[in-house]
Design a protein around this ligand. Structure first.
Ligand code: ADE
Length: 233
């Protein structure tokens, strides 16, 4: 039974889904971690695969960029395809001075300037929080490699109010990305589980920090490993 954005049958998805923003990264993850992977979606090029890891079922699907896009896919996966947990695996811009390019950030909670969660609880500022058991599993696997704390999910990539990054850093916000707050909102709506495990790809307060794409790919593996621990906890 297809949905507007996913041409698959009920049962085509595993209970746990890893969700990078980029559908081609979903393909690469499927090729590297899944056994017996089969493609289960290609609507709008939003590739999804299902296979197994050590005999346990797992799906990988792209989310696209931004909160509206991930909201569409997460809503359809939770409500129509019996998905129980979605773990976003992506990148973030580092904010806190504690966070260096290449580090792993586990997003316990996500601030946002987006209106995506506003209609959920009228009159209430919704708390966009990850599922505690997934946070614990990912943090345990990543150990000292990971920072566990808050992030901000922004709608704008290029437009930032003057001084906001510095202020967020003072409040201990680890990094900036564009999807987690909405994902956590959808998980709460359907009483399901969600987490974002991010690799720091750039530093917003210190642009001198950078690294090669090869280094980034290896570092992405640390985040993937932590995300797999959360997927199967
Ligand atoms: N993901 C990686 N870097 C980012 C940035 N600077 N802003 C938003 N999302 C990001």
């Amino acid at each position: 039974m297809a949905t507007p954005h996913i041409a698959a049958e009920r049962g085509d998805f595993a209970p746990a889904v890893l969700m990078p923003g980029d559908p081609l990264r979903a393909k690469r993850i499927a090729e590297t971690v899944l056994e017996d992977a089969r493609q289960v979606n290609n609507v709008r090029g939003m590739l999804a695969y299902t296979g197994t890891v050590d005999g346990k079922p797992l799906s990988v699907m792209g989310s696209g960029m931004g909160q509206p896009s991930i909201t569409i896919y997460a809503t359809e996966l939770f409500s129509q395809f019996d998905v129980e947990r979605i773990i976003r695996v992506g990148t973030c811009g580092g904010l806190s001075p504690k966070v260096k390019v290449g580090d792993v950030v586990i997003g316990v909670g996500a601030h946002t300037e987006s209106a995506m969660n506003v209609p959920r609880l009228p009159g209430v500022h919704f708390s966009a929080v990850a599922s505690y058991n997934l946070v614990a599993a990912a943090a345990q696997r990543a150990g000292a490699n990971a920072h566990v704390g808050t992030i901000i999910s922004r709608d704008h990539f290029y437009l930032t109010p003057e001084g906001q990054n510095e202020r967020l850093a003072r409040y201990g916000v680890l990094g900036v990305e564009m999807e987690a707050a909405a994902l956590y909102g959808v998980a709460a709506e359907f009483d399901k589980e969600a987490l974002a495990v991010l690799t720091v790809s750039d530093n917003l307060l210190d642009s001198s920090e950078d690294m090669s794409s090869a280094e980034r790919e290896t570092l992405f593996e640390k985040a993937l490993d932590a995300a797999l621990a959360a997927a199967f906890c």
